[in-house]
Design a binder for this molecule. Sequence first.
Ligand code: T3D
Length: 259
Amino acid sequence: MTSTVLYQASEGVATLTLNRPDVLNALNADILRELREAVDRAAADAEVRAVLLTGAGRGFCAGADLAARQGGGVSDSGTLLRERYHPIIMALREMPKPVITAVNGVAAGAGMSLALAGDVVLAARSASFLQAFSKIGLIPDAGSTYFLPRYAGEMRARALAILAEKIDAEEAHRIGLVWKVHEDAALQDEAGKLARHLASMPTMAYAMIKEALNQSFSNDLAAQLEVEATLQSRASRTEDCKEGVAAFVEKRKPQFKGR
Ligand code: T3D
């Protein structure tokens, strides 16, 4: 049977490719299971220092597979989300290494949530984003109500969710949902180049940056200053920090090991 998620690791980068192109990589039980396994594998592999998530074919991910919806013995949407979607979104956010999502085509419903779960979201010029949920009587899930107001602001979050209008990559970039837009033909090369660069950088500092930012919106200033101090104390003791400072003083290129 063909894998619904392709996993390829080289040069410190794990590339995860959603692989149900005929249905724009819609999420059924198989792809959700394989995606979770792939994300866990990338997290656990010390050789992997950056993760790249993208889609095969002309779509990134069309969200829940509506044809096979609730397949695999789960009949309640809440249970389905808790058991199959949340572990993936949480694992991406808590991954102690940077995650790039390279949105190669349409990202709809939970597929848009998945795209926004990346630390750096890149998009092809022809990509599009759609909060498809309300069109079928659902509400945004898999993190969309968390990511949208934080990234795009509350007014845009409300309009995107309620109007369910598809927006193009340029608009997504303009409102803060996408870091950079690349020409279609260049997206995978650019995403790969960035992932390899990140894989050569101080991985533990990246992990701690994520940890700090993950807590930012639920803390007041005093609490967040404390989070920064605690993590900085840890970051400053890493080999990579020592190497970064030494390389600066010695006016040479640092050789980070991810330790
Ligand atoms: O209970 C729960 O499941 C809770 C969890 C919910 C999470 C969610 O994600 S809910 C939202 C689910 N997603 C959608 O509602 C999006 C549905 N898809 C679309 O609106 C459109 O397909 C797109 C806007 C994404 C793309 O449109 P377009 O015109 O580029 O492509 P298309 O022709 O509609 O789709 C191409 C094929 O993919 C087509 O199959 P066919 O006709 O060639 O055999 C289409 O049926 C299939 N496809 C697209 N999206 C899905 C899908 N098949 C199953 N599920 C899909 N979500």
